[in-house]
Design a protein around this ligand. Structure first.
Ligand code: ZN
Length: 234
């Protein structure tokens, strides 16, 4: 890959950290974000810091095993213990350039309640997220987490971690953030619809039509579209 400019990449990563904090997708010192800087190097958020207050000099450089590099940028800082789940995404998906791990309240509440977000109600969410993968609960920061998501990585760019958070990824850190934003928007819309008496999904035909014309929006149908139609329409 073409190596990224450190200053530009740091600016983008910090911008997304601030947006995620301000929009309430993480609180306190929660969440972690990373991107590929070149074939051997990741740029990531440091452990134990509020992402709403982060500046480019706080970021940490690691190798693809998550080990902090001996670099003037690092100065004793260490990456998040949750970086493990980012590493397995980069190992299994050569196309992924950036990963966001967050704790969006409404989407996580659906996992706490044991309710699925895979309901075909919003065209944007259907096309952006496809079928959202749901990984079983795993103890945060342990090897259980990468193990719990491994089987899903081939089929999706959006994974919900039960009773914990979300993992979204993409071709850059903004795409990873937009997927997170769409995920939480889907969750809020479904929650309100359920408070109002329950959602009425689009029909199978309406969803298939959406996939048939989605190139108009510059999008391609998700690979798991059939599974989404089966799970998400009445
Ligand atoms: Zn977490």
């Amino acid at each position: 890959m073409q190596p990224r400019n450190l200053e530009r990449a740091s600016s983008e990563l910090v911008k997304v950290c601030h947006l995620a904090y301000e929009r309430g997708y993480i609180c306190g010192t929660e969440g972690n974000f990373s991107l590929r800087l070149d074939d051997r190097t990741l740029l990531t958020t440091p452990a134990g810091t509020c992402k709403g207050l982060l500046s480019p000099s706080d970021l940490v450089l690691t190798n693809l095993d998550g080990v902090a590099l001996d670099s003037p940028q690092n100065q004793g800082k260490r990456p998040s213990s949750e970086l493990k789940m980012h590493l397995i995404v980069y190992q299994k998906r050569a196309d992924v350039m950036a990963v966001a791990h967050t704790h969006p309240t409404t989407a996580v509440a659906f996992t706490v309640a044991g309710k699925s977000l895979n309901r075909c109600v919003l065209p944007e969410a259907i096309l952006t997220l496809g079928k959202i993968a749901e990984a079983p609960y795993a103890t945060p920061s342990t090897d259980e987490v990468p193990q719990s998501i491994a089987e899903h990585l081939e089929h999706t760019d959006t994974i919900l971690l039960s009773h914990h958070g979300a993992l979204t990824f993409g071709s850059d850190i903004f795409q990873a953030f937009y997927r997170l934003e769409t995920l939480e928007h889907q969750a809020k819309t479904l929650l309100i619809a359920q408070l109002l008496g329950g959602e009425k999904t689009l029909s199978q035909g309406q969803v298939e039509k959406l996939f048939a014309i989605c190139q108009i929006y510059g999008m391609t149908p998700p690979t798991n579209r059939d599974e989404l139609i089966e799970a998400g329409t009445n």
